[in-house]
Ligand binder design. Structure first.
Ligand code: HEM
Length: 324
């Protein structure tokens, strides 16, 4: 733990898992803190800026839509979208990248589109089984303004994070062909043993242990959200140190994930380490998939860029080709 100033604010930086969990779990002592520009971009009713009942209710609704069960009936649809994307990229130089620009105008347009969708669904009495449908079906649930801010918030939380993790997975599997083969084998073997046809189904999603270890190890080693931030609501003492009211506190996930006392040989990509559960509170995590293409990475493999999360340089340009 040490203190510093970041962007003019006094901050306490934490890279010990117990202290990080203390800060994240004590919302009577620490509140979320974000820049004014983030609040303007997402909307002040978005989940990130709130606590207690309003926050808990939104969190429960969002969690319901990202549980694996939520995609049970649309697995083959998701697989076919993924496959058609991969097919359209075959043989081409492609960049997996995320771009954040013209945010204010984009936000306004998104809000208008969402308002239109809400009004159409209401007029047509459409009951849809998605996050918007869930928000709209809540009795005494969020207002339209709150729904819009939170749909934009979830798009923000889900899009770049998921795209960035996928990019890192492609990089690590590309660099570790034996792990890639093991992942592919584990899915195909399971299907052959069950006499099933090629194509993902619900039992694959529940049984892809190897795949989920690869995802966990990627989330750990790439730690795409390196840290989060809170603000002390009052003076708080941790481990004999005083954190004065108003100071920011930054738990550093990346450092916690890269401490050798938490994860042996932390710089090594080794999904097998997740065959046993990590020490409590040392892994701040998330998520699943399959594909039958291979790729080669173009250009320098060692450099990173920040856009806004750490990504392999230029979004990891790759050439895709069908698996032989
Ligand atoms: C796959 C990569 C992802 C990573 C590494 C990730 C990581 C995180 C972390 C560390 C936080 C906590 C921030 C804090 O408490 O200060 C968070 C919050 C959040 N994430 Fe994700 N996330 C990912 C994907 C997603 C997806 C796909 C969704 C879509 C639903 C999502 C929705 C949210 C929401 C709504 C919050 C705010 C939760 C709250 O305030 O209680 N995230 N995420």
């Amino acid at each position: 733990m040490f203190k510093s100033h970041i962007l003019g604010y006094p901050c306490v930086i934490i890279f010990n898992s117990e202290e990080a969990m203390f800060v994240l779990n004590k919302d009577q002592l620490f509140k979320p803190t974000f820049s004014a520009s983030k609040e303007r971009m997402l909307g002040k009713q978005a989940i990130f800026f709130h606590q207690r009942a309003y926050h808990a209710n939104l969190r429960m609704l969002v969690l319901r839509t990202i549980m694996p069960e939520a995609i049970k009936d649309i697995i083959s649809e998701i697989e076919s979208i993924a496959q058609s994307c991969l097919k359209s990229w075959e043989g081409k130089y492609s960049i997996l990248n995320a771009c954040t620009s013209h945010t204010r105008r984009a936000r306004k347009e998104l809000a208008q589109i969402l308002a239109q969708i809400i009004s159409t669904r209401r007029n047509m009495k459409q009951d849809r089984n998605d996050l918007l449908g869930l928000f709209m079906s809540e009795k005494a649930g969020p207002t339209d303004e709150q729904i819009i801010d939170n749909i934009i918030g979830v798009i923000f939380a889900a899009r770049d994070t998921a795209a960035t993790v996928l990019t890192w997975i492609v990089k690590y599997l590309g660099e570790n062909p034996h792990i890639l083969e093991a992942v592919t084998e584990s899915i195909i073997r399971g299907k052959e043993e069950n006499g099933e046809q090629i194509g993902l189904n619900w039992s694959d999603i529940k049984n892809v242990l190897m795949t989920s270890r690869v995802i966990q190890e990627t989330l750990r080693i790439a730690s795409i959200l390196s840290f989060t931030s809170r603000e002390a609501i009052e003076d708080v003492e941790i481990q004999g140190y005083l954190i004065p009211e108003g100071w920011k506190v930054l738990p550093l996930f990346r450092n916690i994930h890269h401490r050798p006392d938490n994860f042996k040989e932390p710089e090594k990509f080794d999904p097998s380490r997740f065959e046993v559960p990590p020490k409590p509170n040392t892994f701040m995590h998330l998520a699943m998939g399959s594909m039958d293409v291979r790729w080669s990475i173009i250009g320098a493999k060692k450099k990173n860029q920040y856009d806004p999360f750490a990504l392999p340089q230029n979004g990891l340009p790759v050439t895709l080709y069908p698996k032989k």
